[in-house]
Design a protein around this ligand. Structure first.
Ligand code: MG
Length: 281
C-alpha cells in the first residue's frame, strides 16, 4: 500500500495511492504510522489533480541519518574530507541527525541561499519510517518495527558541514532543503533486496546504485541505532547515499538556482524538486 498526504478544503488527509488515483482517508499519515485506524475511504481523486505533500508532518525529533553506508561513496570521498572522518570504512554505521524543518514535499522547491553556503550538494537515499516502538531491537526482528519506506534527498551544505567543529548537524539542517516522499510504501509491499537509488540533476544521471551495495543493511541499522536507545513510531531513518555526490566529482558540481533535482528509488517512486533562490537569513 502507498500512503500519501494531501490537503483538501484546508484539511490535511492521508490517501491511498493506486495507479492514477488517490482515495482519501479520514485521518492523517502521521496518526496511521503511530497506530491509529486508517478510517473510512472517502472521495477518490485523480492523482494528477492533487499536490502531494511530504507524507509526514509531525516529528518526534530530528531525522535520524546514516553516513557512509555505500563503500563506493566512502572511497570517492577519500582525501576530500578536509581532515574529517576516518581513513578506513568504519566497522559500525555512522549516525547523525538533521532538523525536521528541512522536510519538504515531493514537488516543492528546495530552498537555496548562496549567502549561507556556496556548496549545496545532493544525496539520494532510501528512508525508513518506524511503526512500532522498540529498544535494543535484534536484527531478526528489525523489520517488524518498520512501517514503510520512502525516498529522500539529504541535501547538504559541504562548507557548513566542515565549518562547525566537524559535527554535521548544521550542514544538514537548513530549512526546506530535504525532499521526502512521494508517499510511504508499507513494508509488506517492498522488496528490499535490490532497490535502485538514483539522482538526476537537469536530466543528467549522477547517482545510480543498488541497495544491495549498502555496507550496513536496513536491519543492521535498526539494530545498531536502537541499541540502548528507544526508537519510536514516527521516527524517520535515512540509510545513506551511494557514490556520485557533487563534492567528490572532478570538477566538483554543486546545485544552483533553477536546477531540477529528480530523486528516484525503484518501487518507491520519485521526487522532482527545483532548487530555488530563497532568503533564509
Ligand atoms: Mg546522507
Amino acid at each position: 500500500m502507498k500512503l500519501a498526504a494531501v490537503t483538501v478544503d484546508g484539511v490535511r488527509r492521508a490517501g491511498v495511492v493506486e495507479e492514477d488515483s488517490i482515495a482519501l482517508l479520514s485521518t492523517t499519515v502521521d496518526d496511521i504510522v503511530r497506530g491509529a485506524p486508517m478510517g473510512t475511504h472517502g472521495e477518490v481523486l485523480p492523482l494528477a489533480e492533487v499536490r502531494l505533500e511530504a507524507p509526514l508532518h509531525r516529528f518526534n525529533r530530528d531525522i535520524l541519518c546514516t553516513g557512509w553506508n555505500y563503500l563506493d561513496h566512502f572511497l570517492e570521498s577519500s582525501g576530500k574530507r578536509e581532515g574529517q572522518g576516518p581513513a578506513e570504512m568504519p566497522l559500525r554505521p555512522t549516525f547523525f541527525t538533521k532538523g525536521p524543518d528541512t522536510v519538504i514535499g515531493p514537488s516543492d522547491d528546495i530552498a537555496y541561499d548562496p549567502e549561507i553556503s556556496a556548496k549545496w550538494d545532493y544525496e539520494a537515499e532510501i528512508a525508513m519510517v518506524i511503526g512500532r516502538d522498540g529498544r535494543s531491537i535484534p536484527e531478526e526482528k528489525a523489520l517488524d518495527h518498520v512501517f514503510g519506506f520512502l525516498v529522500a534527498n539529504d541535501v547538504s551544505q559541504r562548507d557548513l558541514q566542515r565549518a562547525h567543529g566537524g559535527q554535521w548537524l548544521k550542514g544538514k539542517s537548513l530549512d526546506a532543503t530535504m525532499p521526502l516522499g512521494p508517499w510511504i510504501t508499507t513494508a509488506d509491499s517492498v522488496d528490499l533486496t535490490d532497490m535502485q537509488v538514483q539522482c538526476e540533476v537537469n536530466g543528467v544521471l549522477l547517482q545510480n546504485a543498488s541497495s544491495a551495495q549498502m555496507a550496513f543493511s536496513f536491519t543492521r541499522i535498526i539494530a545498531e541505532l536502537s541499541h540502548g536507545m528507544t526508537l519510536r513510531a514516527g521516527d524517520v531513518i535515512l540509510t545513506g547515499t551511494p557514490s556520485g555526490i557533487g563534492a567528490a566529482r572532478e570538477p566538483q558540481l554543486f546545485l544552483h538556482d533553477g536546477d531540477v533535482v529528480v530523486t528516484r528509488v525503484s518501487g518507491l517512486g520519485e521526487l522532482r524538486n527545483t532548487v530555488t533562490l530563497t532568503e533564509l537569513s
